[in-house]
Design a protein. Structure first.
Length: 582
């Protein structure tokens, strides 16, 4: 009964059973009454005929009445009994009247003698079965002579009633089956759209939204199917729209440079992007449902979020993240519709900006100092020459040589700044041509030999004579090698050495510049290639801090890489690789 089909079919069948049952009972009773009336009428008519026919026999011999009873009983196929007024049986179709009991107490005989007619259905002790008795009074000229009684077993009625009952039951059974099948079929056809809608709805619930039901009728079921198709289409469009927006949101969140954490109204994390995971080292941790302080390990962020949730207003904070060493700005934005539902936390990593600001301050300071010092020296020397030193040829020559050196230093500084601007503008086009790095190394050593001699630094080489050619911008790479060897001399110790070695394999050519100088502190190694970064913070170091940054850019633009290994007090080794030309 949980299905509509059976809730329609079974009550319909029950209604048919009740109606057919009532009709069957009525028909059986009607047949029974009709057959009983017919039998009573028949027996009454025959009894009246028997009464008339027996009048002559009352005037004859005693055996004449019994003979008449037996003769009539055989003809009409019924039991005929003729009874005297006192109840004595005078004749009977089946028995000998002499041995039969007195019938004065029989109800039908009593009724016939009193009213002229009597009838009853009762069990016959003689025949051992139900019998119908009909008795009529025998009269002659107003004088009562006796009673003529006819009897037939009611089994004939029962047979007729049973036959009719079987026919009625068969008809009822066939009717119930046909009507029930018709009801089941109609209910099934009627509920088919509902079953199809149910199956389609379950598929939609499982994620298959491409559902459409064929509308076969124009009744209520057809209208339901049509409404479902419209609903499915709208849901499909809505889900596709949501999926598209979700994909856009996911793409935005994934590619945002700012970290994003979304919390519920209780402060539990419900969403965070990859950048936020990287900022707080959460790559392999499940933090959904946890509090912000559990994820960020920073009580200031937690307090900022709580203020946002309590006030419903935007809050902001800048803080240093000790575990990652980064400097972060957090903006807490309330998420509210009709009610406040959560908080959006935006994390901006200001570390690089802070470094750039520091670098800018250092650059301004360094450039100001590095420009002011040579310019001041040049000015002093020019003024000295103007005051008469120009007449002293030896002093004038020495001043001019110093002025030239300061101008060369300024020229180098301007060249590095120009190169840096080209790098930032993406205008460093390489003029590639095949070259042997051994030649560039030898040229740089020859160029820097005077400086090495002044520093009392000796050169050593371990050059691979079978070094393959590489396709490079010779001018830029020569500048890089010269810069690295120059640094190896400048930061070496008196009496130290600089070793330059070249090696190769099937893919790369390597150049290593090793010195025995002061080395680089471990905390400086990670920043040695940063722009404007100087290991020696004293003003005695007049370098701009751009040489290694430019060298790294030049090597990487050739498809190679550069590394440094150093131990403070023992020296450094700079190694770079360039792909072999094919």
């Amino acid at each position: 009964m949980r299905k509509i089909q059976w809730r329609i079919t079974l009550p319909f069948i029950a209604l048919i059973v009740v109606c057919m049952g009532v009709m069957g009972i009525y028909l059986v009773n009607f047949v029974d009454d009709t057959k009983t009336d017919e039998l009573q009428t028949y027996l009454g008519n025959e009894a009246s005929i028997t009464a008339v026919a027996s009048l002559p026999s009352f005037a004859g011999s005693p055996g004449a009445i019994d003979a008449l009873a037996k003769s009539l009983g055989q003809k009409i196929n019924a039991r005929v009994t003729i009874i005297a007024v006192d109840g004595t049986v005078l004749g009977d179709t089946d028995e000998n009247p002499a041995v039969m009991e007195n019938h004065a107490d029989r109800p039908e005989v009593i009724a016939a003698l009193s009213t002229g007619y009597g009838e009853i259905v009762r069990y016959s002790d003689t025949l051992k079965q139900e019998m119908m008795y009909v008795a009529v009074k025998i009269t002659d000229n107003g004088a009562t002579l006796g009673v003529a009684r006819l009897a037939l077993p009611v089994t004939t009625i029962n047979k007729s009633v049973n036959h009719v009952t079987v026919i009625i039951l068969l008809a009822v059974g066939v009717t119930i089956f046909l009507a029930g099948f018709a009801a089941w079929l109609i209910a099934r056809v009627t509920t088919r759209p509902i079953r199809e809608i149910t199956r389609a709805a379950r598929k939609m619930a499982a994620g298959d939204l491409k559902q459409n039901i064929l509308v076969k009728t124009r009744d209520e079921s057809g209208e339901l199917a049509q409404a479902f198709n419209e609903m499915a289409g709208n849901v499909r469009k809505l889900v596709e729209g949501i999926s598209t927006e979700q994909a856009k949101l996911s793409t935005v969140l994934t590619n945002m440079t700012d970290g994003v954490i979304v919390t519920d109204k209780d402060g539990g994390i419900v969403l965070l992007n990859q950048t936020a995971r990287q900022l707080f080292n959460l790559q392999n941790k499940d933090v959904n449902g946890k509090t912000v302080i559990e994820a960020t390990l920073d009580h200031e962020v937690e307090e900022t979020m709580r203020r946002c949730l309590s006030t419903g207003k935007q809050q902001s904070l800048q803080f240093g993240n000790a575990p990652t060493g980064s400097y972060i700005r957090v903006i807490a934005i309330p998420i509210s519709g009709k009610i406040l539902s959560g908080c959006l936390l935006l994390f901006q990593d200001l570390t690089e900006l802070l470094n750039l600001q520091t670098m800018r301050r250092e650059l301004v300071g360094n450039i100001s100092h590095d420009l002011r010092t040579p310019i001041a020296g040049i000015k002093v020397m020019v003024e000295t020459l103007q005051d008469g030193a120009i007449d002293d040829k030896k002093a004038a020559a020495d001043f001019l040589k110093r002025i030239e050196a300061e101008i060369d230093r300024l020229t180098q500084m301007v060249a590095e700044l120009t190169e840096l601007s080209h790098i930032d503008a993406g205008a460093t086009d390489l003029k590639r041509e095949p070259a042997n790095l051994n030649e560039l190394v030898n040229d740089s050593i020859s160029q820097l030999q005077p400086l090495a001699d002044r520093q009392r630094v000796t050169f050593k080489t371990a050059l691979n004579t079978d070094l393959p050619a590489v396709k490079i911008d010779k001018e830029r790479l020569a500048q890089t090698i010269t810069n690295l060897i120059h640094n190896a001399i400048k930061f070496n110790r008196i009496g130290g050495s600089v070793t330059v070695a070249t090696t190769s394999d099937d893919r790369m050519v390597s150049v290593a510049i090793m010195d025995t100088g002061i080395g680089i502190a471990r905390e400086d190694l990670s920043r040695i290639f940063d722009r404007f970064y100087k290991v020696d913070k004293s003003r005695s170091n007049r370098g701009s801090g751009l040489g290694l940054a430019i060298a790294k850019h030049t090597i990487e633009s050739h498809g190679g890489s550069i590394q440094v290994q150093s131990e403070e007090g023992k020296g450094s080794t700079f190694t770079f690789t360039i792909p072999v030309s094919h």
